[in-house]
Each structure stands twice: as C-alpha cells, then as structure tokens.
Write a new protein. Structure first.
Lengths: 245, 454
C-alpha cells in the first residue's frame, strides 16, 4: 500500500513534530510512506475566505504532488475535508477525483482503512479531547449532538487503547473552538471569545492536555492558553498515539 | 455601516452579559436536543420535511395556483405582492378603505422583513404587536434580535424598566409574573378594541386553501377572534401541498424551536367567520430570485424555527443586532445576501463554518455549504475589503509556488525567532489576545530530507 503523507503548510512550518509522529506512526503500522517534497498548501485559507478561484495554483500543485498513490493521509481533518470537497484541476480530472476519494485524516485512516488498533502507546495523563468541527461534522469522525444517530468516535476509539490515559469530555462536547481559518483574524474578538470558553470547559475537568485531530484548532487554543499563562498543554493525537513505553 | 465583526466585538465588551446570552440560548438548544432525541424517527422526519419542501419548491407555480383557487372558494381574498412596498401598500389600502385605526399584529417575520410597522406609522397608523417579546422590543423601538425569541437580548431588569416607562409598573419590580400580568392587562385592552388583526402564516396548505398560525401565547387567536378583518401575510415558500404534511412539520417546528412537543396554539384558519373579512397577502420580495439559483434555492425550505440561531456559537456570542437585519443568525446570513449582496456581504463570513447549523436544521438546509458558496459569490462580485483581497491574492501566489513557499516559511520562522517584535504587536489580530506558535529550527520537510529520505 503506497501512502502519501500530506503535511499541511502550517504544520510543516510550525509543528514539524506532528508530521514526524504521523510519519512514524504510519510506518509502524506497516505503510510504505512517501512525502512528496513539493507540496505546499491545500488552498483552504484562501477558499474559505472567498478566494477559491484565486487558489488554482495550490490545487494544481496539490494534484501534481499527490497523483499516483493508493492513499493520501494527513494529520488535519480540516485540510483533508477541503481537498475532499473542493480540490479542482480541470486538466487532470481523473487524478483529482482519485485524490478526493482516497484522502484520509489520520485517525479515520487507521480505523477505517488499516482497521488497526494501537496498543503500544503510553500516555499517563488526564487529557481532554477537542472535537474539531470539520473532522467531526465534515468527515464524520464521530457522531454529533445535533443528530439522532448512534454514538461513535474514531479518535476516542484509538485513544481509549492508550495505556494510562484518562480521557475526559468537556460540557458542550462538540462546540466549536472558534479557530475557523481566517475567521480567527477577521472576526478576532469572537474567535478568541469562543476559544476562551472552550478552554474554560476543559479547565473545569482539570486536564493536563487538550488533544484533537486538527493542529489548527490546537494552535488557536494553544495561543490563548499561553497568553493566559495556563499550565494546560496542547498535543496532537498522532503525538499521543506514537508514544511508547 | 458597521460590519458584523465590529458589532460583535462591541457586544463581547460586556463579557458577563455575553456569557449570559450564550448560556440562555444554549439552554434552548439543550431543550431542543432532549425533544429531538426523544423521537427515534427524528432523522426520518427531517428527511420527509426536506423532501416535501424540495418538491413544493419545484412545483411552486401550480401549488400557488391551487392554493389561491381553494382559498378563493373558501371566501378568502387573495392578494399578490411582488415586493415589500406592494405588500405594505396592499395592507394600507385595506386599512384606509375601512377607516380602521385599531390594529393588532401577532408575530410575523415577513412584516419585519417588509418594515410594515414603520411604513404604517408613516401613514399615521399605529399597529400593536401582541407577542409579548415583540411588544417589549416595540416599546423600546428596537427590532427583534431573534426570530422566535425577539427580546432574548434583554434581561428581566430591562423589561421592568421598559414596562415602568410605558405601562407604569412599579420601578425596580423585576418579578416575571408581575410583569407578565401587566402586559396581559395592557394587551387585553388592545385585543378587545381591535378592528383589524394581522397575523403571519407558518404553513399554507394548497389542497385546502387554509393556513396554520403557530403561537405559544394564543395572541394570534385573540386578535383574529375579536377583529372583523383578518389579514394573513406569507412569503410564498410557506406553502405545503397537503394537510397531512402538517403531521411532519408541526412535530419538527416546536421541538426545533423551543423543545416543546408542539406549539401551544397551532390554529388552522380556513374561512372568515360570518361578518368577517379574511385576506391573504402572498409575497415574493426576492424569493423568485432565490428559487432560480441552484446553489441557494434550498434556503427557501426554512420554517423559521431558529434552531440554527440557538446552536450557532457565533450568534450566541454576538447577539442578533450584530447581523444588522431582520432575520439574523446562520439562515439570515444566507438569505440576506440575496436581497442586497453589498449591504450583507459581511454576513457569510460571520461563521467559523463549524456546520452545526446544517445538522440541527429540521428541513436539512445546507446552511454552512451555502455560507461557503456565498463567500465565493461575494468575492467574485467585488464585495470584499481591499486589504483582504491583497492578502488573499498574495497568499495564493506564495502558496501556489513550492520554492517561494519554502523561502517564505523559513523567513517567517526566522523573523519569529530573531525579530519577534516584527509580528508581536497588538495590531496583529492573531497576537492581540493569542501567542504566536513557537518557531521550530527546522520545517518538517527539512527534517524529512535530513533524516528519512531514501
């Protein structure tokens, strides 16, 4: 199985440890992983700001880099969802469709495609799980409180096998943290207020870490936590799953 | 005019009040959850509601004609209004012809959309809103801040102050029962004296020519029972084909709106009582235009339950007035740009695109997808601030070119590391209340080439 590793631009630049954990984890699980070296950005920041038409170069570059693989896996639900829903390259329609159909967020790839459990991870801490909206409602990584359907959660399923972890849910389990891409700067006041509220709900559970499937939400939450001088740290799910005794 | 971000920022200044607003509406959302989760067939009901509405929108012309035929046969007078001005004129003509001065009106978002009260006031005609929340905001000369809970932005103290001023209740008496009784006495006088009652329409049934008005206070009924003239105003999308379809919609509406199994009063009107005149004004006001747009037409499925308001993390923390329009919230953000794209260009951006609205919606409107599509439309039409345009085009240029991206990324990390004062100042909207991520020495790619590349 030939897997291409998709490391979104801001993870590449600011959170390389998340890329490393993802790569190591996939390798441990038996995947042959390749990192296409000329990848940049999926185009989501521009598209969500109304400039989908302006980010054609990003789309073309994405198709150029990720053609020819069985699967494309990335540690970011939001970027994966964007590619799945909006990737467009009129000159390479078949390749584009293949990518859109075979791109996965890390936790759903492990659960749905590899159908594996990770039993080697050890993380003896109290951890709050943040359900990132695009992963949850967009990719269907877990059930949501709005719908009347059976409850499930792929990230929780994986985290529940981690030794020593104490996973706790905040009230309003699936409320948005307020990141929202460029929403975080164009609606700065609201974005921060939403983030502060989300943090308060995790704080009430006395967590040491907040984890999730999206580095972008975690980056926003981390930024507020640091400004508040909080002891709570953020950590991506791949970093927890990649731990060893 | 101030945009949503500016108005939201002002709202949030009073953090305690913002928290109270957020929690109050979240409480309504939780009541909705309890009611929805109590019905195993909830998702099936949503699907049926969506299909019925889609079908009706696709056959709007014939169902409207069928409705008109049956309503006329029932002795109801039917009027067609292409826009808000015509709607207002039709109502004023009826009032003028009869020489009516005492008018009551129950809740109708359409009349808010058409600014009927304001128009009639200009013609020297006073209308008394009889929904308690609407009456409160009417006293205060404010528009409703929520389509189901019009005065949800106000606390007991605010209502007490308003009633003291207009109804001469005791100053500082914030007891809800006391205040409600005062409102009841005041409104009873208006009901008894009324000559004309205006109502909205929740559902109009093509096969019967009848319509249903839902309230929790019975104020629509009291108004129409006493008055000799009843005018019901409806946007044409209120139509459903059959009376049996009400069994789907009435179950969804109140559960979605407030968590009640059904509205306290779901009143079915078919024909005028002896001696009464009954009018229906069917309004387009831009709806045909929406119907013609494949990407946006299904916003017309809306039954105005406001579940999307109550679930929206943005609405709950920014209040109805931050949307500067009659129908606020997520549904307002996809409806209003149809009417005036320039004026409402900010609204589709007043969302983190979390998608809660689309999933809470009882008629399955793809609200957050439409928000995304509106962003593209509005940008294409040029309704975008210049700075944002420069920023986005610049980002797209850099991110579309791998070598330039790598150079810029490395530069950004270098700046953050060695010249943090270049980014760490308060005009940077990220840095204002958040720290920047700590810049690593190596990008992932650099690490990969050094350590893993075969």
């Amino acid at each position: 199985m030939k897997v291409a590793l998709f490391i979104p631009c801001y993870i590449d630049q600011f959170y390389p440890q998340v890329g490393q954990a993802t790569l190591e984890l996939l390798t441990k699980l038996g995947c042959e992983v390749d990192f296409p070296l000329n990848q940049t950005c999926c185009g989501q920041p521009m598209a969500n700001s109304g400039f989908a038409a302006a980010s054609k170069d990003c789309d073309k570059n994405f198709v150029r880099n990720f053609t020819g693989y069985d699967y494309i896996v990335g540690p970011s639900g939001s970027c994966v969802l964007h590619v799945k829903e909006h990737l467009k390259d009129d000159k390479h329609p078949e390749e584009t469709i293949h990518i859109r159909k075979h791109i996965y967020e890390l936790s759903e790839f492990i659960v749905d495609v590899l159908k594996k459990e990770i039993t080697s991870a050890v993380f003896p801490h109290k951890v709050g799980l943040h359900n990132s909206c695009h992963g949850q409602r967009g990719l269907g990584l877990s059930s949501m409180s709005e719908r009347v359907l059976p409850a499930f959660s792929k990230p929780e399923q994986l985290l529940s096998k981690v030794k020593g972890i104490q996973l706790v849910k905040p009230v309003r389990n699936d409320e948005c943290c307020g990141f929202g891409g460029t929403f975080s700067v164009f609606e700065e006041a609201l974005s921060v207020k939403m983030g502060k509220d989300r943090i308060k709900q995790h704080e009430a559970n006395d967590v040491e870490y907040i984890t999730g499937v999206d580095v972008s939400c975690l980056m926003h939450i981390e930024g507020i936590l640091k400004r508040q001088g909080s002891k709570i740290k953020t950590i991506h799910i791949a970093e927890i799953l990649n731990t060893e005794a | 005019m101030k945009d949503h971000a500016t108005l939201a920022e002002a709202f949030i200044q009073d953090e305690a009040r913002t928290n109270w607003h957020d929690e109050t509406l979240w409480f309504v959302r939780q009541k909705r959850d309890k009611a929805a989760h109590g019905l195993p067939e909830w998702e099936q009901l949503r699907e049926w509601a969506s299909q019925i509405k889609n079908h009706t929108l696709s056959h709007m012309d014939s169902y409207l004609e069928e409705f008109e035929r049956n309503a006329l046969a029932n002795g109801v007078q039917v009027h067609w209004a292409s826009d808000a001005a015509e709607h207002n004129r039709i109502i004023h003509d009826i009032i003028k012809k009869k020489g009516i001065t005492r008018i009551v009106k129950s809740k109708s978002m359409l009349t808010e959309e058409c600014h009927l009260n304001h128009y009639l006031e200009e013609q020297g005609v006073e209308v008394v809103d009889t929904d308690l929340g609407e009456r409160i905001v009417q006293f205060r000369h404010e528009p409703p801040s929520h389509i189901v809970l019009p005065a949800i932005h106000l606390k007991k103290q605010d209502v007490s102050d308003t009633f003291h001023e207009y109804l001469h209740t005791e100053k500082g008496n914030n007891d809800p029962t006391y205040l409600t009784r005062a409102a009841r006495v005041h409104l009873r006088e208006k009901f008894i004296a009324s000559e004309l009652a205006i109502t909205g329409v929740n559902f109009a049934v093509a096969e019967t020519g009848g319509f249903v008005v839902c309230t929790n206070e019975g104020n629509a009924d009291m108004g129409t029972h006493a008055a000799n003239v009843h005018i019901a105003c409806m946007g044409f999308e209120k139509l459903i084909p059959k009376a049996s379809h009400l069994s789907v919609f009435l179950r969804l509406l109140a559960r979605s709106a407030t968590g009640q199994p059904v509205t306290t009063y779901s009143s079915h009107f078919h024909k005028p009582k002896p001696g009464q005149e009954m009018h229906i004004v069917i309004v387009d006001n831009g709806r045909s235009n929406i119907l013609g747009k494949a990407d946006f037409r299904n916003a017309l499925k809306c039954i105005r339950c406001a579940a999307c308001f109550n679930t929206c993390p943005v609405y709950r923390r920014s209040g109805g007035f931050s949307y500067h329009t009659a129908v606020a919230g997520p549904i307002g953000s996809i409806l209003n740009p149809n009417f005036d794209p320039k004026k409402y260009a900010d609204l589709p951006f007043a969302s983190s695109l979390c998608g809660s609205c689309s999933n809470v919606c009882p008629v399955k409107i793809d609200i957050h997808d439409q928000l995304w599509k509106w962003r593209q439309e509005l940008t294409k039409a040029g309704h975008v601030p210049l700075m944002k345009k420069i920023m986005m085009k610049g980002m797209a240029f850099v991110l579309g070119r791998p070598a330039l991206y790598r150079f810029s990324g490395a530069s950004a990390r270098w700046v953050l590391r060695y010249m943090p004062f270049m980014v760490k100042f308060k005009i940077n909207p990220w840095y204002k209340q958040r720290e920047m991520p700590a810049p690593p020495k190596q990008s992932f790619r650099e690490w990969y080439i050094q350590n893993k590349k075969k």
